[in-house]
Design a protein around this ligand. Structure first.
Ligand code: CA
Length: 218
């Protein structure tokens, strides 16, 4: 699993990373909201571990902005605040769980598994097209049983197309899926991703609707 850890106390973040990496999780650690914001714009995470008191602001504001943008990655709040009002505020803003500091690292691990399983159950969807098996929950593409590696942006294009299978997806919608709010759209980047997807997954998978956008064949 890919975990985003937002925590400004290195003495806490270090052991957490070590503990989670033993289980082969990939942990990316940032100590400010600003860095975390850049990270969520460019990467997809399976879970976010979010401290509330950070040097450049309140973690609750970060959580709210994720949910406002319909980024539904599970979020577990890590907080020293034991006030009931903070916990309620976090859950109201769309946090999936919270743990109160100081916490046991095995407990955090168990919470991560619980929220991720719940979120995967909600999203569990596998789409089969020809010899392709596309797992929207796990972000895995198998072709005749063999995994195909895609970049994050290639995945986003593919996911957007297969979620609207048999419909024409406008170029603008695909570009919106590729880029975060305010990010500059590179010209021809979409075409380049489509072309790489075709070479990885088969040239007939994606149909070009000239002047409009793209669609999935069949
Ligand atoms: Ca803190």
């Amino acid at each position: 699993m890919r975990i985003l850890l937002i925590e400004d106390e290195a003495a806490l973040a270090g052991p957490m990373m070590e503990h989670l990496e033993v289980d082969h999780h990939l942990v990316e650690w940032f100590s400010t909201l600003d860095e975390a914001e850049s990270a969520v714009r460019t990467s997809d995470y399976d879970v976010v571990l979010l401290d509330l008191q950070l040097p450049d602001g309140d973690g609750l504001g970060f959580l709210k902005s994720l949910r406002d943008r319909r980024i539904n990655t599970p979020v577990i709040i890590l907080t020293a605040r034991d006030k009931v009002s903070d916990r309620i505020a976090g859950l109201n803003l769309g946090a999936d769980d919270y743990v109160i500091k100081p916490f046991d690292l095995d407990e955090v691990k168990a919470r991560i598994h619980t929220v991720c399983r719940r979120s995967a159950d909600q999203r569990a969807e596998t789409i089969i097209i020809g010899d392709l098996n596309i797992s929207l929950a796990d972000h895995i593409v198998l072709q005749a049983g063999h995994p195909i590696r895609l970049t994050t942006k290639e995945w986003r294009v593919l996911e957007t197309l297969v979620r609207r299978k048999s419909k024409i997806v406008l170029k603008e919608s695909l570009e919106a899926a590729l880029y975060g709010f305010g990010e500059e759209i590179e010209s021809n980047a979409l075409e380049a991703h489509i072309s790489r997807l075709r070479s990885k997954l088969g040239k007939d998978l994606i149909i070009t609707h000239r002047g409009l956008g793209y669609g999935i064949a069949g």
